[in-house]
Write a protein that binds this ligand. Structure first.
Ligand SMILES: NC(=O)c1ccc[n+]([C@@H]2O[C@H](COP(=O)([O-])OP(=O)(O)OC[C@H]3O[C@@H](n4cnc5c(N)ncnc54)[C@H](O)[C@@H]3O)[C@@H](O)[C@H]2O)c1
Length: 299
């Protein structure tokens, strides 16, 4: 059974999973949290929790944010547009003077499996539809570059959380969505590899089925027998990664409001499978930096 089947309902906490308490998130009070896709689902739940924690929130979304509060600044943003995202960060600086945490969360569902023949009016095979890739992968890359630029300005640093997905590490028929989410996980891992020495932390969340505009809970249950967790659960996993200054390079999985850090488990299994010997991989940081320098000299 694929983990994406999600057809087993349990209410008991399972071994190895933990829960997140409000007290785990209190360090977000007075922090400035920038959220893309904050007008619905997981992003909106994160906005509401931030408001309840007395954090300040800056939301960028193509749709208006329904959460109206003095603590929430909304700006219309399409995450595929660099200038619009850049303007969102400038707005955060204008209103609050800093960005402390950033949640690269906006996303849409699948558009193209890349497996079907489609033809234009001249009978030529059409190129793949890249819409989901542009929003779900290019979008977070733009958000990440901007986030790192502004977080570097904070003497105490800050954090970036990217919304990946359970489909980041398992086969899924929604090809473009799965590829983009594999990319989002890769984005987190590779940014983190560059930021080991810094006070900027990068993490990602990989929620399993979560009730939202993208995946309405009733539809999922009725048609597929899938039990969704509430959007607050995935939102809390993102906020924990911001609030806990010890967490970096982590992948926070969530299902039915239970949480587990899984990248340490996945990477251990990967290293064991590869069984690296002397000279096989540029495993340490020094080799990684030398690798980057080698390529920057060549370009
Ligand atoms: N719901 C799930 O089961 C699930 C599981 C894993 C990951 N995710 C991811 O969670 C994230 C949030 O999705 P959700 O499930 O809360 O769905 P949602 O549809 O409720 O929320 C997505 C938000 O992103 C916004 N958005 C879409 N395209 C945008 C664009 N081009 N620019 C700016 N904003 C845009 C939408 O307006 C919406 O407010 C997505 O990245 C999604 O892929 C969802």
């Amino acid at each position: 059974m694929s983990i994406l089947d999600g057809s087993v309902e349990t209410t008991k906490a399972e071994p190895g999973f933990f829960s997140i308490q409000d007290s785990d998130l209190t360090s977000l009070k007075d922090k400035v949290v920038l959220i893309t896709g904050g007008s619905s689902g997981i992003g909106l739940a994160a906005v509401k929790i931030c408001v309840s924690l007395r954090a300040k929130v800056v939301v960028g979304d193509v749709n208006e944010c329904p959460e109206k509060s003095d603590a929430v600044t909304f700006q219309k943003v399409d995450v595929t547009d660099w200038k619009q995202q850049s303007a969102l960060f400038k707005k955060a600086i204008e209103v609050h003077g800093a960005v402390d945490h950033c949640f690269a969360n906006a996303g849409i569902g699948p558009t193209d499996t890349f497996t079907k023949d489609t033809f234009d009016s001249a009978g030529e095979l059409e190129p793949p539809n890249m819409k989901t890739m542009e929003i779900n992968l290019n979008g977070p890359i733009f958000t990440s570059k901007l986030a790192l630029h502004y977080l570097r300005k904070n003497p105490e640093g800050g954090s970036l959380v990217i919304t990946a997905s359970a489909s980041s590490f398992t086969p899924f028929v929604a090809t473009d969505y799965g590829v983009a989410k594999h990319g989002a996980l890769g984005l987190m891992r590779n940014l983190d590899a560059n930021l080991k020495d810094s006070n900027i932390r990068v993490n990602c969340i990989t929620p399993l089925w979560t009730a939202s505009g993208l995946v309405p809970a009733e539809m999922m249950k009725e048609h597929l027998g899938i039990i969704s967790q509430p959007p607050e659960a995935a939102a809390r996993s993102a906020l924990l990664l911001m609030a806990d200054g010890e967490r970096r390079g982590q992948t926070m999985f969530s299902k039915r409001s239970m949480f587990k850090e899984i990248d340490s488990i996945a990477m251990k299994a990967m290293v064991e499978a590869v069984a690296p010997g002397p000279g096989d991989v540029p495993a340490d940081e020094a080799k990684g930096k030398a690798f980057n320098e080698m390529f920057s000299k060549g370009s």
